[in-house]
Design a binder for this molecule. Sequence first.
Ligand code: PEP
Ligand code: MN
Length: 343
Amino acid sequence: MVVIMEMGATEPQIEAVIENLNARGFDVHRSSGVNQTVLGAIGVKPEFDPRIIRVLDGVADVQRVTEAYKFASRSWKKEPSVYDINGIAVGGNEFILMAGPCSVENEEQIYATAAHVAAHGASFLRGGAFKPRTSPYSFQGLGEEGLKLLRAAADRHGLNVITEVTEVGRVDLVHQYTDIFQVGARNMQNFDLLKELGRSDKPVFLKRGLSATINEWLMAAEYVLSQGNLRVILCERGIRTFETATRNTFDLSAVPVVKKKSHLPIFADPSHATGIRDKVIPMARAAVAAGADGIIVEVHPEPDAALSDGPQSLFFDQFEKLARQIHDIAGAIGRTMKQPTYA
Ligand code: PEP
Ligand code: MN
């Protein structure tokens, strides 16, 4: 931690700050120029709140040089994390495609989608059974029946399952059906849920909160990691800004930023990030080029009749075309991808 004293801070003020830091167990290295003093405090603990020093008399600013998260950081683990999920390496050189409807609606819908996405390069079938909807009047999901249909459709077509768990009390239930727990944007700071998932043996796909900074997002990941579950996958799904032309603003620069700060795999969700079908396709392509380890994208056999997120769900032919383009873009940046079949 670096403590920058105000110009002209008095000697007693400087000494009081040094004493305070020493009393908290820090080693302090002082460097003083003609008018200004900077203190280097060695020994910052992750839980230390720098504002304790920031409010002392004569202090101009305090900056952390180590991150408040540990297990999520690159300094803790230099190499990118790769997870073997039923034979699929997530976070490795292979670009991973997760696809499916926003919500599981019925047998016909989920089986048709599973067949289609499996044939065109997807490794995971997505679909919500418990839906955190903005309106209580919107479709809330089929619950356990949805989980059963999702699992059966995925198994039929050799896919893995990713689905959202919305609360602590449902972790055991969702665990029976899923291969990856999705934590939705609205739950990114549901700390009890994160801790519970941190004690699970299945990977956690942690979506970025609607208004979360990258630091807050990594701290949320730390909740899972610090409980012992070291398999967290991050997902950028758009953040809230002043822009209204898209549902959210796709912060694609989060991908290289996270790659630098963390060893965790990072995915992108162009569906929720843009909210409009014709924007999903170019932004999905951009996510591959930006270095995401995979994307999760919404696809529906009849988007116009979808019970949730129809306007951002791709038609089958659009998904097919996108998968081929992604395959080629991945190849251009030296990554592999499961071969989509050509119609
Ligand atoms: C979803 O994946 O359908 C979903 C609700 O996403 P998010 O939590 O990112 O809004
Ligand atoms: Mn959705």
